[in-house]
Design a protein around this ligand. Sequence first.
Ligand code: NAD
Ligand code: DAU
Length: 357
Amino acid sequence: MIVVTGGCGFIGSAFVLGWLGPRAEPVLNLDLLTYAGHPGNLAPVQDDARYRFCRGDIGDAVLVGRLLAEHRPRAIVNFAAESHVDRSIADPLAFAQTNVMGTLRLLQASLDYWKSLPAAEAAGFRFVHVSTDEVFGSLAPDAPAFTEQHRYEPNSPYSASKAASDHFVRAWHHTYGLPVLITNCSNNYGPRQFPEKLIPLVIHNALREQPLPVYGDGRQVRDWLYVEDHCTALEAVLERGAVGETYNVGGRAERTNMQVVHALCAILDELRPRAGGKPHADLVTHVKDRPGHDRRYAIDDGKLATELSWKPSIGFEQGLRRTVQWYLDNGDWVESVTSGSYRQWVERQYEGLAPTA
Ligand code: NAD
Ligand code: DAU
């Protein structure tokens, strides 16, 4: 069996569902169920004998040690993290706590477990750490995309905490021999993404006739990857990746934020026209920029493509349409996750951000 951490979140839940689709091999999901974790994301497998869930903290080394000894996984895929840049600016310590100290304690427990395994099992064991392209910092408009050799230059509390965790994971391989692999992926989008991130926030607000907040001039560039393609990349890295290596994962779909927002508005105009027929793009509102906002990310996925034969299968326009349709079909999910604490966050984050255009 394998252990997944953070499996009730956006990418983790897509991974678990994708994993259990064609496989008999069970998954144990360890998730603390923070505001971002929803057991309902895994409703399709909740009664499946191959799926087990434990509510707990990756930073609880005693719990993790017990789970590993009991379930004897052949791999751990670590998704658990605080993941939203704006929240990291508002509350950086929570990011150090989970992303740095949590990962460190998870590594410690994993190392103890790995050392206890018979030689054959130890040789096959893998620890996959799911990280981000944001550790590389910001690219100039005409600079080549990030390769695995790009230096680490994290600019936000979030990316600094992920960079720190990557360094610890690397060190646990170099110093203690733990068989680790690290992935650095670009912006994901798709079903079940919490509506604090750009794409689900825009869909959510547009459906409620609320302003669509664009930070600064909206010309920041991200490289968008449909979440299921990220999951197939992680499967490839887990099954065929070289121990100790890092792999960049990207969507080959660089878009400015304005392009993304306008593409969403056009799809919504078609699938859910506004009463009165005005375009959704009329709701776009430029607001104060994010402090330290990275201008551009872009991924060179050549290593993953060449060595592990992976490529994304879902184009950006196709994936965006699927995503909008999912949110239109799953209003109950959105209602259930946008509880009181969500509303408080939105009020704090967007109130007082005066429109600048
Ligand atoms: P998410 O915020 O949707 O989900 C995070 C999950 O981790 C939640 O289920 C939460 O309950 C759980 N969690 C948080 N702290 C925990 C702890 N201490 N112990 C156990 N569980 C805990 O995040 P996501 O967007 O699915 O991202 C998953 C991972 O992928 C993160 O490590 C993130 O840095 C990385 N990543 C995300 C993206 C993206 O675009 N979303 C891109 C590249 C990499
Ligand atoms: O690059 C990978 C990273 O992508 C992941 O590691 C992070 O976990 C994930 O949150 C994401 O980070 P971003 O900061 O790029 O994603 P976000 O959806 O928050 O913002 C995307 C872009 O849109 C960014 O330039 C900021 C902008 N934005 C975002 C919000 C929430 C707006 O203009 N308005 C908004 O209201």
